[in-house]
Write a protein of this length. Structure first.
Length: 160
């Protein structure tokens, strides 16, 4: 199979690589570009652990062709912190013990980031709806919901 070039902005930096036409964005991020924040879970778009933002909207990177990201902005949980300074969502996840095994955390963070960018003051029900495509088997969701609400209520969401 012939490799094709693809260029996009990953976490604020222009990146280019070659991909097979059928390569998913998840495969390209992890194997081609070394961004291991999005995880491989189900490979069918049902678990949410591979959630990334494409032009600010949440997408399942396991179901997104890498070539479809040509010229677009892709953001992962790896790009949330500003050097040593955590993004308010990351800090809230720590403060509220919202990450146990951590497998779902990058997908939860990106889904929450998209939610708060659109709705900086969501209700509990809106948070539940905003993360509904992300499965967590450890926390029971309560610490995650509390962390997102805490990040929304009292902290300015920089780089939302």
């Amino acid at each position: 199979m012939t490799k094709l070039p693809v260029q996009f902005r990953l976490n604020g930096s222009d990146r280019a690589t070659f991909v097979d036409p059928a390569d998913s964005l998840l495969t390209t991020l992890r194997r081609g570009l070394g961004d291991f924040a999005p995880k491989y879970g189900c490979g069918q778009g049902t678990c949410g652990v591979c959630t990334v933002l494409i032009d600010g909207e949440p997408h399942l990177s396991c179901l997104t062709l890498a070539l479809s990201c040509e010229g677009r902005a892709v953001e992962t949980a790896s790009g949330m912190a500003d050097g040593p300074d955590l993004h308010p969502l990351q800090a809230a996840f720590m403060e509220h013990f919202a990450a146990q095994c951590g497998f779902c955390t990058p997908g939860m963070l990106t889904a929450a980031r998209a939610l708060l960018a659109k709705n900086p003051n969501p209700t509990r029900d809106e948070v539940i709806d905003g993360i509904s495509g992300n499965i967590c088997r450890c926390t029971g969701y309560e610490p995650i919901i509390a962390a997102i609400l805490a990040a929304a209520g009292g902290r300015q969401m920089r780089r939302a």
